[in-house]
Write a protein that binds this ligand. Structure first.
Ligand code: AMP
Ligand code: GLY
Length: 425
């Protein structure tokens, strides 16, 4: 099979690494990829949102399968673009239709979907500029903290958790006034849930589904979960506090009703569903849906998945996903993200990365790198995910931390405590 993978982060390097191991993978092209994905296949410099250019490339290279990593092309309708074009319709696209991608692309859509199918989530109301006054009245009746969410994609910045009623009212006025552009022309206000978060992933053909290893990511820049939010500083899998009882509730109350709901609504969904969950005293609630894999969760989930990933993607289209059995490596995996100095605020790119060849016993997934005349340079806030296995996640962390210390670039920063808080849980 000739395969296109769309995206350029650590998630995509992990997916490329895994697909390149498949017998069925003949040629792998990554659009646009990074210095790490170049070791698994051929990088192709096309913008992931330039669908006509992707079409030309796919046709010229007899592509059979197109795996979409990030949300933006999905929310923009890349699946429908392929489906609706006679010349492309034979290509299997892994990723939901535009409507399915609304689970991530519109918070209001996701909340309505959960309400329709009785899926547990925080109580909410949605407001637009026309209903601003109702929104302000609503806020006055709520307990704090209160959660305000821009309806649309806002580069991970569209969620505000506010402790003060007056401040929340101000924030609503700003958001509906266009603080996040079109993304906040509708705002979801929801109750704050107190608990511990974790990430569950399913691969679905829109009817059946398979659950992948469970993970937890660490979003704050600082050790002890302090400081600014980032795209993710590390992740672990499995998650010790997700025991059989909690897992069963997740499947019964959330995963199955979600997939059945998609099917019931006739939504074409052949791809990953990312359930961002929170356990509130042992009961799971949905914080958010994403229509893709998580990053950096993929960098621990994929290394623990023993199945042939291309074979699973094939099953999504053959309709025999239900016959596949997911085989999971029993070892724990931990990933530690090396980030650029200053991230998640302003940072510099183009720093030379040294000592990659000295790394032993870890898998390096490049997140923001590029190769220039034989040298690997930093090319983003998140630079490299250092993933390791261990009998338990502390052992895996130790290996990742040792290798994180060896790799060097100017301004390198990373957290040394990924997963350690789970010891007590
Ligand atoms: P999101 O962009 O939906 O992932 O939200 C960003 C983060 O805000 C989540 O990962 C949670 O940590 C937090 N969050 C969102 N909604 C809630 C909620 N209802 N209760 C508590 N925390 C929340
Ligand atoms: N790690 C969270 C995300 O990918 O959205």
């Amino acid at each position: 099979m000739n395969i296109i993978l769309i995206g350029s982060g650590g998630r995509e390097h992990a997916l490329a690494w895994k697909m390149a191991q498949s017998q069925a993978c003949e040629q792998l092209f990554i659009i646009p990829g990074n210095a790490g994905t170049a070791e698994c296949g051929t990088n192709v410099a096309i913008n992931p949102l330039d669908f006509p250019a992707i079409k030309d490339f796919a046709l010229a290279n007899a592509v059979d399968l197109c795996v979409v990593g990030p949300e933006a092309p999905l929310v923009e309708g890349i699946y429908d673009f392929f489906q609706n074009d006679q010349t492309l319709a034979h290509i299997k696209v892994i990723g939901p239709s535009k409507e399915g991608a609304q689970l991530e692309g519109s918070k209001a859509y996701a909340k309505q979907f959960m309400a329709e199918f009785g899926i547990p989530t925080a109580a909410y109301r949605e407001f637009t500029p026309d209903t601003l006054q109702e929104g302000l009245n609503y806020i006055e009746q709520q307990a704090t903290p209160i959660v305000l969410k821009a309806d649309g994609l806002a580069a991970g910045k569209g969620v505000l958790i506010i402790d003060d009623i007056e401040e929340a009212k101000k924030a609503l006025i700003e958001m509906l006034g266009g603080k996040f552009g079109a993304a906040s022309k509708k705002v979801v206000i929801e109750a704050f849930l107190s608990g511990i978060e974790f990430s569950v992933f399913a691969l679905t053909d829109g009817k059946d589904y398979k659950i992948l290893p469970i993970a937890k990511d660490y979003k704050r820049i600082g050790e002890g979960d302090t400081g600014l939010n980032t795209g993710g500083m590390g992740a672990v899998s499995p998650v010790p506090f997700v025991d059989d009882a909690l897992f069963q509730k997740v499947e019964d109350r959330i995963i199955r009703p979600t997939i059945n709901g998609l099917h019931h609504k006739g939504i074409d969904y052949k791809g990953f569903v990312f359930f961002g969950l929170i356990s509130v005293n042992g009961d799971p609630y949905v914080i958010e849906y994403n229509c893709r894999m998580g990053d950096p969760e993929t960098e621990v989930v994929i290394p623990r998945l023993q199945n042939d990933l291309v074979d699973l993607f094939d099953a999504v289209y053959k309709g025999d996903l239900s016959e596949k059995e997911i085989v999971i490596d029993e070892r724990a995996a931990t990933t530690v993200m090396l980030v650029s100095g200053g991230y998640p605020e302003a940072y510099e790119k183009g720093k030379i990365i040294y000592n990659l060849e000295s790394v032993e016993d870890s898998i390096l997934f490049h997140a923001g790198t590029k190769e220039v005349s034989g040298q690997i340079l930093t090319n983003g806030g998140r630079v490299i995910a250092v993933s390791s296995y261990g009998p338990h996640f502390e052992a895996a962390l130790e290996i990742s931390n040792q290798n994180a210390a060896k790799i060097d670039f100017a301004g390198k920063n990373y957290r040394r405590d990924i997963g350690l808080d789970l010891k007590a849980k």
